[in-house]
Write a protein that binds this ligand. Structure first.
Ligand SMILES: [Zn+2]
Length: 233
């Protein structure tokens, strides 16, 4: 299977669904990652031009941990909008990965870029099958199933699907550690120890489904994305 995760910022995927991606990779599925924005706003001291290079390198290192391919759409951090040119970029990115499963932010997440990313993925993953819409890559043959990943701290998110990530949790940590600039930024700006943060959420989702550590998801079950199969690992 081909699986695509799309995060608004470099590090969103690691925080919210990397244990699941590691599990897909471990069982031999092909994993693709996409960062929609360049993350250039995410630091107190490092200027934007320098930071976006650092963050791209961090994200590449993280993708390497599970052998995933990664694409950067290089939209401006904090200014991701669901407009025509951005939708076309998303369509082309989805065609590049040609996934059967896509994971992205939930539409009512806290951050405006996360919300825009969610809408863009929802729209583009439908349109990506239409051959009359031309981009650099060929139209997909089928519409991918779409899953929404957890919110930060699990706030206002009620999963209807869980993935046991107990065995891939160390890989998730390793991927998140690649984002060294953000471990510091989240402490400085949001007063969060990101490791404690993800540990707490994983333990809570684990309690809910009876395993040690889990990640939670919701399915975007709208026609024609509904599948009778379990598509999460
Ligand atoms: Zn984010």
């Amino acid at each position: 299977m081909r699986v695509l995760a799309v995060g608004a910022h470099p590090d969103d995927i690691e925080i919210l669904c990397a244990g699941t991606l590691a599990k897909y990779a471990q069982r031999g599925d092909e994993v693709f990652m996409c960062c929609a924005t360049d993350g250039a706003a995410g630091h107190m001291l490092i200027p934007p031009d320098e930071l976006k290079v650092i963050r791209e390198q961090e994200a590449c290192r993280s993708a390497e941990v599970i052998g995933a391919q990664i694409m950067f759409l290089e939209e401006d951090d904090e200014f991701l909008f669901h407009d025509r040119p951005t939708r076309l970029k998303f369509i082309d990115m989805i065609r590049w990965a040609d996934p059967q499963v896509i994971i992205t932010h939930t539409p009512d997440d806290y951050h405006p870029d996360h919300r825009a990313c969610s809408e863009l993925v929802f729209g583009a993953s439908f349109v990506s099958t239409l051959p009359n819409i031309k981009t650099d890559h060929e139209a997909q043959e089928g519409i991918a199933a779409l899953f929404y990943m957890d919110t930060l701290a699990g706030a206002r998110f009620e999963p209807d699907l869980y993935v046991d990530v107990t065995e891939t949790y160390e890989t998730k940590r390793q991927m998140l550690n690649c984002h060294a600039s953000q471990v510091k930024w989240l402490k400085d700006h949001d007063n969060i120890d990101i490791h404690e943060f993800i540990d707490g959420v994983a333990a809570m989702r684990g309690l809910q489904c009876g395993v040690e550590l889990a990640e939670g998801f919701k399915a975007a079950w709208v026609w024609p994305r509904i599948s009778p199969e379990r598509l999460l690992p």
